[in-house]
Design a protein. Structure first.
Length: 366
């Protein structure tokens, strides 16, 4: 949607441009992050332009700039012509070329920390472009102290320009009806199905020890999965105890969170862990892992499974899952603690912090 926006006296040029491709179509983690920020900037009347491929219509009251041709080249030309600060929510190409007027968000370092669990394309992009982007751009935004440590351990010269801005639970619409075939009580996994989030291990751990009547609901599109994980999902989804929904709308996600007894997120590595926070905000008992970013976000308000131990991770996950499913009082305690913990995170605070950083970056332009 094309609307006017200013940031200062009438006629003031826009000072911030944003790569808005993650706002087009189905939104997952990065799209949620960017949408929460941009919607607040637009509501505040800030001078922001969202660059999108030609033909993309955004469901936001925000000034959009449709770009034709190769997106990176068109965005680079537009940002240079307008002499504005430029925010990339994940792509490293434009920040690498634009230099100090560019900001890049680094949500995690999965391609470097767990290269075997990523596409070759992501591994190559991080290997060859992340260093250039962090050296050349003027601002790096990360969601957690854990991610800042991972980044600056590899790229020490980026330390002074790296700023931690925590995320928050997304703003969801009123809950819609539960999808057909889903019935409480159930354990919810709400994220893209990919190896580092261990959906296959979760399915097997659930199938081995879940009490009668419980379901496991997988809500998220399938990402890249190894053949054995696909086989596991196909095998267990044939019963009504494991329900795979694919990508779900925000209204359906709200319904799932309202009705879930447990949110399980057995991730091997995170930059933040937004599903953990969203489960806690909804008052669901959360079961996650001790990966540093998740421990940072969850605090003492979730049950965390150790990533390393004498037993297999799947066995440890199964023990924790069975304990939570069999103990309603423990689930209630974790749900209450989770609500209190999630209330400490705010998108209003995050949007104000990122905007202030970007305006400071814009002010450095000659």
């Amino acid at each position: 949607m094309h609307v006017a926006a200013t940031d200062g006296p009438k006629g003031t040029a826009r000072r911030v441009a944003v790569d808005g491709r993650h706002l087009c179509g189905q939104r997952t983690g990065i799209g949620v992050w960017l949408g929460e920020l941009v919607s607040r900037w637009a509501a505040a009347g800030h001078a922001v332009s969202v660059l999108v491929p030609d033909g993309c219509e955004l469901p936001l009251q925000v000034h959009t700039v449709p770009l034709r041709g190769p997106f990176h080249l068109s965005a680079l030309r537009w940002a240079r012509r307008e002499r504005c600060a430029y925010l990339s929510p994940d792509s490293l190409i434009v920040p690498s070329l634009l230099g100090r007027s560019a900001a890049v968000a680094v949500h995690d370092l999965v391609p470097l920390e767990l290269p075997d669990l990523q596409h070759l394309r992501a591994r190559l992009a991080y290997r060859f472009l992340l260093g250039a982007a962090t050296r050349r751009c003027g601002l790096i935004i990360v969601p957690s102290d854990a991610t800042r440590r991972d980044l600056t351990r590899r790229f020490a010269d980026a330390s002074a320009r790296t700023h931690v801005v925590p995320e928050a639970a997304r703003t969801l619409p009123p809950a819609g009806p539960l999808p057909e075939g889903v019935r409480p009580p159930f354990v919810l996994f709400a994220a893209t199905l990919e190896p580092r989030k261990r959906p296959a291990e979760l399915v097997r751990a659930f199938a081995r020890g879940a009490p009668e009547g419980w379901q496991l609901v997988l809500a998220g599109k399938r990402g890249w999965l190894p053949r054995e994980d696909v086989s596991t999902l196909e095998h267990f989804r044939s019963s009504d105890r494991v329900v795979e929904l694919g990508y779900v709308s925000d209204a359906t996600l709200a319904a799932l969170l309202v009705n879930a007894s447990i949110l399980a997120y057995p991730t091997a590595y995170e930059g933040f862990g937004l599903p953990v926070l969203e489960g806690m905000a909804a008052g669901v008992a959360v079961l996650a892992t001790t990966t540093p970013a998740v421990r940072e976000v969850a605090g003492e308000a979730a049950m965390l499974v150790e990533l390393d131990g004498n037993e297999s991770f799947e066995d440890r996950l199964g023990v924790a899952l069975r304990r939570l499913m069999s103990d309603a009082e423990l689930r209630a305690d974790l749900a209450a603690a989770g609500r209190m913990r999630a209330a400490q995170f705010s998108w209003d605070t995050a949007a104000a912090a990122v905007w202030a950083l970007l305006i400071g970056l814009a002010g450095t332009r000659p």
